[in-house]
Every structure is written in C-alpha cells, then in structure tokens.
Design a binder for this molecule. Structure first.
Ligand SMILES: [Zn+2]
Ligand SMILES: [Zn+2]
Length: 351
C-alpha cells in the first residue's frame, strides 16, 4: 500500500509500505474514504514544528506519514471486535487510545497510558501509527476508538470529525451550555475557528465576532451569522464572555485574553510552536480561565456528530475543495482551509 509521506518542506509523496495486518483480536484495518488536513498540518508542512526550535521537545522532522482526519470504511476486524464490521463507515479519531486504562475511562483519551505519550496518527511523536492519508490504516483498539458515522451524514462534510470539527464543538459548546446567550470571540486562521463560529451561533451565542485575516474565511463566518474583523488590535475591553483562539500565535492568544469580560473563559486550540508572552497581570485583574489542551477527542466525537446531524450547523460549508485521492501529492501542499480527498470507486478496500 501507499502512505502519503511528508518528505520536505511543502512536499509530500506516495511511499510504498507493507499492508498493515491485524495484530490482535480487538483490532481493525480501515481504508480512508474521505480524508482532510487538520489546521496544524499546514504548519507542519511549512516546517514550523521541527526540532530546530529548542523549546519543542519532540521531532516533526520528515519523513513521516501525514494525516489524522478521516472517515474510513472498515476492511477487516479481529474476532473480538463487536461495535463495527467490515463495510461500515467510521470516524477514526486522531489519537490512539485503548478505552480501558484509568485515563481513557475518565475521558482523557489523549493521555492513554497503554500507548506511548502523544500516540497519534499523522505525526511520529508517540510511536509510529501511520497516517490517515494512507491506503490502509491499522486501528489497534477498534471498539474503543472507532465511531460509526451516523446515517445521513456525508463523509466529505464529516472528514474532520476525527479532530477539528469535534475539537470545535468542545471549545465552545460546553461553555455556551453554562453561559446561555454568551458573547463569543473567535480569533482564528483556519477551519477550527469557522466551525466554532457556526456552532456558537447554532447554540445561542448572542454575538459572535470572528477575527481572521483571510477575506474568504471572513465571508464564510458572515454566512454563519458572525460579525467579522481582520484584526483585533487593540483588544475589545471586557467585550466577550467566551473567547476561542485557534491561530497558533501567542500574540493572538494575548489579544483574545485581553478581550474577556470578568471571569471570562478562553479556550485555545494550541500548537504555538514559537514562544511568546501572555498578559498575566491583565488576566489576574479580569479573572480569566485559560484552557489549552490536546483534545481528548474520542470522548466527544458522538456529541459533535449529533450536533451535525441536528441540521442546526453546516460543516460542509467549510470544505474548500473536494479532490480525488490521487491528487493528494500535488494538491495537499497547495490547497488550504479544508480540502477533502475522496477515494474513487475501485480503490483499496472500497465497497
Ligand atoms: Zn489535528
Ligand atoms: Zn487508555
């Protein structure tokens, strides 16, 4: 089979690898049918996540298999797998988790203790698990990891449920439940912020301000009912109850924090590969809660899919391109926001 492999800055290519095989009763082999790039893949492809920066302890130096967002079709399952069967369409979460350790059982699926710390698809930072832009993928804990795609949901629209769509749900939905009608600020660069804007409006935010330098992104945010701005400098003093920052830039996180109302909450999507300063005295005086965490995505993929199924939101609108699987090597470095690569009829394991 082929793995789409990150080989150099802005360059990916197909490399041959042995077909993955079941290594135990609880495993599955799947073939991605609709896969897309996570917002962080853009930073990885641009070389922003390598060891050349001393505060980054892990290596994202090429080569490695890329991709950690997809809807896949189950090809084969071990005898112990009960929740999915060959032919099923499933969401494959980005992180590897066993479902049985103390962390997994308390929902901390990004911190599973049965596998090396940070074990994930698409980046070699907790062992090597392959990437979701590969022809075939081994899923080591099929019942714990895989989530059947509910009927009626489009694999292209939901390819991001592995990570960015479900992350966006977690960044804003629980906070809006606690603070109905809250004012929401989104400081963003890519798909996560757009999903957050859509979800925030759908779940009753009284106002949503979406800040993104990209005019196309701002137009989409307006379609989701958000007000928009190109920049947020100076910050909006005491302007928002909830702020979501998804830029990977510490200066933007600081602006979001400085726009919070007293006892406001800021969620950050993280991936700040360069250091920077936070306005700690401002944060103290305002009284803010900042959460920045690798997402325990498996715990809330079902909630995020349920919201998509409700029809109150429209994640398909964020899909920027629908392209054939075979276009991955040329198109992935070029097509930003949310290109979805779809495996054509007759592809590996299809049908
Ligand atoms: Zn990701
Ligand atoms: Zn575990």
């Amino acid at each position: 089979m082929r793995e789409l492999t990150y080989v150099a800055r802005d360059t990916v290519e197909w490399r041959e690898a042995p077909d993955p095989k079941l290594r135990g009763d609880g495993e599955a082999i799947v073939t991605p049918v609709a896969a897309t790039s996570c917002d962080v893949d853009t930073a990885i492809l641009a070389g922003h996540a390598t060891r050349r920066q001393p505060h980054i302890r892990f290596s994202l130096d090429p080569p490695f298999a890329l991709g950690h967002e997809c809807v896949a079709r189950v090809v084969e399952t071990g005898d112990g797998v009960t929740s999915v069967a060959p032919g099923d369409l499933v969401v494959v979460p980005w992180s590897i988790n066993c479902g049985a350790c103390d962390h997994c059982r308390s929902g901390l699926t990004a911190h599973c203790t049965a596998v090396p710390h940070m074990a994930m698809y698409g980046a070699p930072i907790g062992g090597t698990w392959g990437g979701l832009f590969s022809d075939l993928v081994r899923v080591p804990y099929a019942d714990a990891m895989l989530v059947p795609l509910p009927a009626g949901l489009d694999p292209v629209a939901m390819a991001s449920a592995s990570d960015n769509w479900s992350l966006a749900w977690r960044l804003v939905a629980p906070h809006l439940r606690n603070r109905p009608g809250a004012r929401v600020l989104v400081v963003a660069r890519g798909s996560i912020g757009l999903y957050v804007a859509d979800i925030a409006r759908a779940l009753g935010a009284s106002t949503v301000l979406h800040v993104d330098p990209d005019p196309g992104h701002r137009e989409l945010a307006r379609e989701f009912g958000a007000a928009t701005a190109e920049t947020l400098d100076p910050p909006v003093h005491h302007g928002f109850d909830i702020a979501v920052e998804a830029t990977g830039r510490v200066d933007q996180l600081a602006l979001a924090l400085r726009s919070l109302a007293p006892e406001g909450v800021c969620e950050s999507a993280g991936n700040h590969f360069r250091p920077g300063e936070l306005p700690l005295l401002d944060m103290y005086l305002t009284g803010v809660t900042l959460r920045i965490a690798r997402d325990n995505v498996r715990a809330h993929i079902p909630d995020a899919l349920a919201l998509a199924r409700s029809g109150k939101v429209d994640p398909a609108r964020v899909v920027s391109h629908v392209l054939d699987w075979e276009q991955l090597p040329e198109a992935l470095p070029e097509k930003h926001l949310k290109p979805v690569f779809v495996r054509g009829e007759g592809g590996a394991g299809e049908g």
